[in-house]
Design a protein around this ligand. Sequence first.
Ligand code: C2E
Ligand code: MG
Ligand code: MG
Ligand code: MG
Length: 287
Amino acid sequence: NADAAMYRAKEFGRDNFQFYAPEFNTRAHEKFVLQEDLRNALARLEFTLFYQPQVDLRSGHVFAVEALIRWNHPTRGMLAPTAFIPTAEETSLIVPIGDWVLHEACRQNKAWQDAGLPPMTVCVNVSTRQFREKNLIGRVADALNVSGLEARYLELEVTESLIMQDIDLAVATMNQLQNLGVQISIDDFGTGYSSLSALKTFPVARLKIDKSFINDIAADENDQAVASAVISLGQNLNLRVIAEGVETDDQVAFLRKNNCDEMQGYHFSEPVSAPDIEKMLSGEPMD
Ligand code: C2E
Ligand code: MG
Ligand code: MG
Ligand code: MG
């Protein structure tokens, strides 16, 4: 631990230690603490899922929600996934955490259906480590069985870069998932250099245009070119296309004009708690 490291650093020479070791120790210590906290977080039920609506551009209806994990940390408050998912991934804690996310998202979606909300899809992010886990298919099937959710109401989001790390493995796994009846979408599309010939063979239903291309879409001609190319690509390959990170009227106008099917972003709603989704969906369609 950090104290032992400091003790050893002292033995090796006062000068070096004073120059850089304190910073190293602080960082190593912080990481150690984060790992320990993460190990306890599942048992202490500190995770929660927020949900962000995905809206059909033509009808304005919410047809899906993306589940996004939050960590209600006992001393640090609500943490975004970027603060802990990388560490969870490094330590393999992402596997049990990912299982929890799958079970919770399926349970919640089934509860919404049972409460009489119009059936919608719940989208769950899957990380590299989780995707490579031997029994991924069994784990997904288990979440469906336990919750009673029909497979077609679950969608898994895998990033384009994850797929590209090992295309053959990814396609085999995605095929098995598709056989189970779940849908698959490619997250952060446009950032991972898919070859177009490979894309044709992916058993996916949707492309999610990465928000880095959406940010300046009202003004930046390069971003406009990328976004409209992805939209046409989707149309030609018979895939739906959703834009993520949509915040402004101008972005909506561009996407509408270019026949994008679906949108997700702060313009419609930030990710919100499950009760807030219920309130939102018992009201009017969003525009
Ligand atoms: P992602 O899957 O690409 O999710 C979209 C992220 O963009 C979310 O951040 C969302 O809150 C944010 N976002 C949505 N609309 C807007 C917008 O209009 N403007 C801006 N600036 N941002 C917007 P979040 O919730 O912090 O999640 C970050 C990333 O963490 C996710 O990116 C995903 O890769 C990962 N993640 C989240 N939940 C899970 C999970 O349960 N499991 C795994 N493995 N990864 C997760
Ligand atoms: Mg996602
Ligand atoms: Mg994304
Ligand atoms: Mg992203």
